[in-house]
Write a protein that binds this ligand. Sequence first.
Ligand code: SF4
Length: 417
Amino acid sequence: MMLKMAKRMLFEADKRLLWKLAWNMGVKGGMSVLRHKSRLKRGEVFPPFLYVSIINSCNLRCQGCWVDVAHKQKTIDPPAFRKLIREAKQMGNSFFGIVGGEPFMHPQLLDMLAEFPECYFQIFTNGHFITDERAKRIRELGNVTPLISVEGTEIISDERRGRTGVLSKTMQGLQHCLNNGVFTGVCTSLCRTNIDDLLREVWVDRLIEMGVLYTWFHVYRPMGPNPNADLCLSPEQAMKARKFVVEMRAKKPIVIIDAYYDGEGQALCPAATGISHHINPWGDIEPCPIVQFSKESIHTTAEDGRTLKEKFLKSDYLRDFRAVAAEATRGCIVLERPDLLKALVEKHGAKDVTARQTALAELAAMQVRTSQYSPGNEVPEKNLLYRIAKRVFFNDFGVYNGKDHSQTAAPGVLAGK
Ligand code: SF4
């Protein structure tokens, strides 16, 4: 299988793009994680993988979206983006996730990324704005990979995403990328209405046939002003998804990403481990995209002239978030212990950084739910390469430190509800 994967990379991907990926993302990204590990030993956290929402606007209206897509447009402008990337680079970062809203609605998106050929950017997109011309530009840049979201069949996609003709436009954007030899991924937010169509070997095979080189199965999280609990996976479905990913990694020549398990199959939270935090379109620094409360901003003001490094390293709020999250669960504190998160936000006087200004009330109204943590049901990686890579580059980095969370896990997790 690994041989087949290597063949696909060598024969299907453009060599210059492959080199950029291997160097900027593989080698430099790996080094940034090693730096993160040594900073952790000094009690310092500066996330090696920053996710930056550069715009709040979107052309779609997905069920349960927590971004204020219909509010007045706010973008991270080129000078602020430049300053952010430069400061992060000084900390050894080279990989950035670009999120939205729909990032391609930002008029300067590709020009901003072109300024940093030594970095690597993954754009989370619905693909609708990727024309043939844009795909050509992406290929020319070489430091960008689009991760295009496919959320189900025609009917399900329209229902999930609140517009018509969504899937065909997404597939057009995807095809433009593939026609131009762009290193392209496809992701899916698994939920009850798409799991039976997309968590299938035939879908993975179809992606491979099309020339897609990597995929990512997220799990729908009921957040925001209109959370749709009916879409949540049951614990059994979540377990099925984990097993499927592990199986497919062992047998299909396509890279499969996940962000919630180490190589032994133990759950983790990337915000609690400090490997990743999020910046919203207003420049507010958040623990992760669904924790929309902040104390720090990337922007320099008369009151706060600190560097990005100082803001991350000296943030009591972020430090406390990581500690409380790691103490509470190996899963997601937002889903399992919204009460603790609310108390933390109130203790620090963290600002609601949504445009709608209802995030605290939403948190107060949240029901306890299961997350990726399912003690006793760990599914270790079968593919040795993933297992080794995760041991070195993606694990809990000791933040859970032998804590026994099995007694504090969300009741549904233990009961398997
Ligand atoms: S808090 Fe929850 S949603 Fe946020 S990174 Fe952690 S596990 Fe993921």
